[in-house]
Design a protein around this ligand. Structure first.
Ligand code: NAD
Length: 395
């Protein structure tokens, strides 16, 4: 079939297998070009491994350090005549490339919040990976969680806390800038968001691995967070998702204490840059911020994507003889380039001026759209999008 993008709101309901493969190859090429990461991880579990930051972490571990990886993700597989979600194609492409390079790559497609998937992961590590895990990357972004003990279904919301929040936003597909007002979450919604995006499930994963004696002495655990500029604080840092990230930081401290006692391991939060991913495109106001940010960072020559961010995290903080550099709250910051005054000051100057009419001139909305379509395998150089392609792909 010939597969074209079909954008519906903040998702694209189609994905291109050849394009996703090309996107994976671009990321592998970046990591290889940067050279080997010394003293890197050898056996890595990535929870949320099929897109965005988790996928970039997996690619960096495998192609930077020669790591065996087990990826956990929740994707819709392809069917006869129906494309999969992009993370399915990404994971197939990654697996083929890793195997061609002589690296183990295991995959589990299912609900990471469930006891069943944790047990499947443990059985796979014990059976196939030849030793305990030395790096656990926790990179889930999910709209809901069925709690494994209570059976309750928690749904996360992206809302402010306390008061309504009004700001500019953009519909990237239509190119329309408008004002949006988001009503504050109630306490139940805030608690549900913490249940989904907070740290409890990360702690459950670490406990399950520890109980199965599958954590190497000195193991590292990392999860990802975001802070960003004042423009987005009411909807992000000070909103429901921010409250969940506070809980993720609590979990980091608890896991760190546990891992410290196990061969001087460590757990921490890495605060990453705002980037176009399936998760971030769903947050009101954030796509407009990202469009302005890309314009300013590209002009400054400091723009990075997921793979550049994760390669830098691994090469300059986690491994390669380097040490982690913590901020006053004990977090690692690879959003440092984003948060520089020479980036944020121009962003703040542009922000109030943006309208539908000048969107293309004042922001990098074109770059936003290009990156968004790339997430689904569209717009990759060297791919013939007019050619027939088989949508049904298996591992
Ligand atoms: P993403 O949507 O690209 O990736 C989410 C991953 O989670 C996918 O692999 C998906 O399959 C998996 N997943 C979702 N629900 C699952 C479930 N129930 N079971 C198993 N797997 C499941 O998201 P992303 O933007 O890469 O976000 C990852 C982390 O990085 C999040 O914690 C996010 O807050 C953080 N972060 C994102 C940004 C950004 O701008 N995108 C910035 C800083 C930090």
């Amino acid at each position: 079939m010939i597969i074209k993008p079909k954008v519906r709101g903040f998702v694209c309901v189609t994905a291109h297998p050849t394009g996703c493969t090309a996107h994976i190859q671009q990321q592998i090429d970046h990591v290889k070009a940067k050279g080997p990461i010394k003293n890197g991880p050898k056996r890595v579990l990535v929870i949320g491994a099929s897109t965005g930051y988790g996928l970039a972490s997996r690619i960096t571990a495998a192609f930077g350090s020669g790591a065996a990886t087990l990826g956990i993700f929740f994707e819709r597989p392809s069917e006869e005549g129906r494309p999969a979600t992009p993370g399915w194609y990404n994971s197939i492409a990654f697996t083929r490339a890793a195997q061609a390079a002589g690296l183990y790559a295991g995959n589990i497609n299912g609900d990471a919040f469930s006891d069943d998937i944790k047990q499947q992961a443990i059985a796979t590590i014990a059976r196939d990976m030849g030793g305990p895990i030395d790096l656990v990357v926790y990179s889930l972004a999910s709209p809901r969680r069925t709690h494994p003990k209570t059976g309750a279904v928690h749904k996360s919301v992206l809302k402010p806390l306390g008061a309504p929040y009004t700001n500019k936003t953009v519909d990237p597909d239509k190119g329309i800038v408008s004002e949006v007002t988001i009503e504050p979450a109630n306490e139940a919604e805030a608690a549900d968001t913490v249940a989904v995006m907070g740290g409890e499930d990360w702690e459950m994963w670490i406990q399950a691995l520890a109980d199965a004696r599958l954590l190497a002495p000195g193991a590292t655990a990392v999860a990802y967070s975001y802070i960003g500029p004042v423009h987005t604080w009411p909807i992000y840092k000070d909103g429901t998702i921010g409250r969940a990230k506070v809980d993720l930081e609590r979990a980091a401290r608890a896991i760190d204490a546990k891992l410290k006692a196990h061969g001087n391991g460590r757990a921490f939060i890495s605060v990453n840059k705002a980037l176009v991913t399936q998760a971030s495109s769903a947050i009101p106001v954030v796509p407009l911020y990202i469009s302005i940010l890309y314009k300013v960072m590209k002009a400054a020559g400091t723009h990075e994507g997921c793979i550049e961010q994760m390669q830098r995290l691994f090469a300059t903080q986690l491994y390669n003889g380097s040490t982690l550099k913590f901020d006053s709250e004990g977090r690692v910051r690879v959003d440092d380039w984003e948060m520089r005054p020479e980036i944020q000051n121009p962003v703040s100057e542009i922000w109030p001026k943006v309208t539908t009419e000048n969107l293309a001139a004042l922001t990098d909305i074109a770059g936003y759209r290009t990156e968004f379509l790339k997430l689904f395998g569209f717009g990759l150089p060297g791919v013939n999008y007019d050619a027939e392609v088989e949508p049904h792909q298996e591992f």
